[in-house]
Design a protein around this ligand. Structure first.
Ligand code: FAD
Length: 484
């Protein structure tokens, strides 16, 4: 028997008993604990590190919410659940999770109100520039390319990135996500959840009929058998820090920058698979391109053949996914002097690797196939000069202007930093977090949420859908376990 298989210790004597066990104190686990408590369940959170937070606390804090939240209304934004669903169905495909998207959009306004009721603060101010996060403590922004082609042709674009208000952010270390989990953890404690730190789940316990009845956790080197009278919720994050799992399911992520914590080792996924759990979309991943979007929109992105492949005002996660999976990560950003100078400070330290007096000279410097880059720039410039449009890739006219004078190229192939990744695939769950068995039945007593599961960010990623999905379906998973 391997450690990923569930087993019932012979003659189990439970060290601890509770109604609902939640594994992981990131945003999914904390929301699950709150959901279980709301159903009157005694709840114990097990967290392998010495504090709450996980990747959620490192994150920018964007929650993809909409349909007319009070924050959107306060910022004068019109939105509807239908427009939000139309966008998410398109942007999170191919193979979007329609069932999850529909309930998520229908109840998004309530979910925002619930987060506010947990104490999470949001400032009613719109940040209206392209970017990964607001530059200050603004509470609302576009964060998924809603206002860029092709999505602006599908439904009314609306800013849906809801960002907890926080000053003194440190990007990637302590962002708006810290504020989110700070309040969820505080509320879970106030409402009576217990939490054991330095407590890692090692195995699942099942009874003779296959119902999950508890876990074996390791705390300070000692094993504890903990009984869950109603259910176990797995919320220990994804698997980007497990190279064996990446090799098997998402080899294109190997060698890329990993976003998250070393707790993203896929343990919960493997534990559930040991019981026959089904997984979904295991090759899907966020691939954030590490260039400031304000610089991207001012240039032309080309691949290793010197051809454009996307509108540069797309959501940068979409650009990253396309570049990584369809162009082997071979991409360059062309800028003329005006574009570079306008935003050089925002180049994240990325300098120009080549400069040419014109596209022909640049192409030779870069050793690209003769004539291709030249044609790319000529076609773009001819339409930009004549009509101010980009008929090939539909970049918004506000960013369309011909490249003139010397042209430089930033080499975006450089190192592992270009694509910052985390996994999106995971356990196949219902809208109530129940874990499906490969044969289609539900594994009784077992629930999961957050990046341990495949959710709203199915294949395509949109900023804010991870925290949004994790808190929304985390709360539902906890509630379902609490009611069992
Ligand atoms: C720099 C950065 C910026 C990001 N920005 C955004 C953003 O703005 N919007 C967005 O939606 N997403 C963002 N993300 C992604 C998002 O943060 C994560 O996908 C999300 O937080 C996952 O939440 P989770 O609760 O599933 O996992 P986590 O928050 O990672 O929580 C999992 C918890 O489980 C614990 N754990 C692990 N193994 C065990 C075990 N065996 N036993 C017990 N506990 C265990 C971990 O220690 C951790 O505390 C960002 C990520 C990073 C790193």
């Amino acid at each position: 028997m391997t450690d990923t298989q569930a087993r019932k210790p012979t003659g189990t004597v439970w060290d601890v008993e509770t109604d609902v066990i939640v594994a992981g104190a990131g945003c999914a686990g904390l929301a699950a604990a709150l959901g279980a408590i709301e159903r009157g369940a005694e709840t114990l959170i097990l967290e392998r590190t010495g504090g709450w937070g996980g990747a959620s606390a490192q994150s920018g804090g964007l929650l993809y919410l909409g349909g007319g939240t009070t924050l959107q209304q306060a910022c004068g934004v019109n939105d509807s659940p239908e427009a939000m669903a139309a966008f998410l169905r398109a942007a999170t495909g191919p193979g979007p999770n329609i069932e999850k998207i529909d309930i998520y959009c229908d109840r998004s306004v309530d979910h925002f109100d619930w987060l506010v009721s947990c104490g999470v603060p949001f400032k009613a101010e719109l940040y209206d520039e392209p970017g990964w996060e607001p530059s200050g403590d603004q509470g609302l922004m576009y964060c998924g390319g809603e206002n860029a082609y092709p999505f602006n042709t599908l439904s009314e674009p609306a800013p849906r990135g809801h960002v907890p208000q926080m000053t003194g952010k440190r990007t990637g270390v302590k962002g708006g996500g810290w504020m989110l989990v700070h309040h969820l953890a505080k509320m879970a404690g106030l409402r009576g959840s217990s939490i054991n730190y330095d407590s890692s789940i090692e195995r699942l316990v099942v009874d003779d009929s296959g119902i999950v009845t508890g876990v074996i956790a390791r705390r300070y080197g000692t094993e504890q058998a903990i009984r869950a009278r109603r259910g176990v919720v797995l919320a220990t994050g994804g698997f980007v820090f497990n190279d064996d799992m990446l090799s098997e399911h998402a080899p294109h992520l190997l060698g890329r920058l990993k976003l998250g914590t070393d707790g993203d080792d896929g343990r919960s996924i493997r534990l559930a698979q040991g019981l026959g759990a089904a997984v979904a979309r295991m090759s899907s991943a966020e691939a954030a391109i590490s260039v400031d979007p304000r610089l991207l929109v001012r240039g032309l992105l080309v691949d290793g053949t010197g051809q454009r492949f996307i509108n540069e005002d797309s959501y940068p996660g979409r650009i990253g996914q396309k570049a990584m999976t369809e162009h082997d990560g071979e991409i360059f950003l062309l800028l003329d002097e005006a574009g570079y100078d306008e935003d050089a400070a925002r180049s994240f330290g990325l300098g120009l690797s080549w400069v040419g007096a014109d596209a022909a000279e640049l192409e030779a410097e870069m050793e690209l196939p003769k004539g291709v880059l030249q044609a790319t720039v000529d076609v773009f410039n001819s339409h930009a000069e004549a009509f101010g449009t980009d008929p090939a890739f539909h970049k918004d006219p506000k960013w369309v202007r011909p490249l003139s004078g010397p042209i430089g190229a930033i080499d975006l192939r450089l190192g592992e930093m270009t694509f910052a990744t985390f996994t999106l695939g995971g356990l196949d769950t219902t809208i109530d977090g129940e874990v499906r068995h490969v044969d289609g039945h539900l594994i009784e007593g077992l629930y999961a949420a957050g990046r341990t599961t495949s959710g709203i960010p199915a294949t395509g990623y949109v900023s804010g859908t991870s925290l949004g999905d994790a808190t929304f379906f985390g709360r539902r998973a906890g509630a379902a376990a609490g009611l069992r």
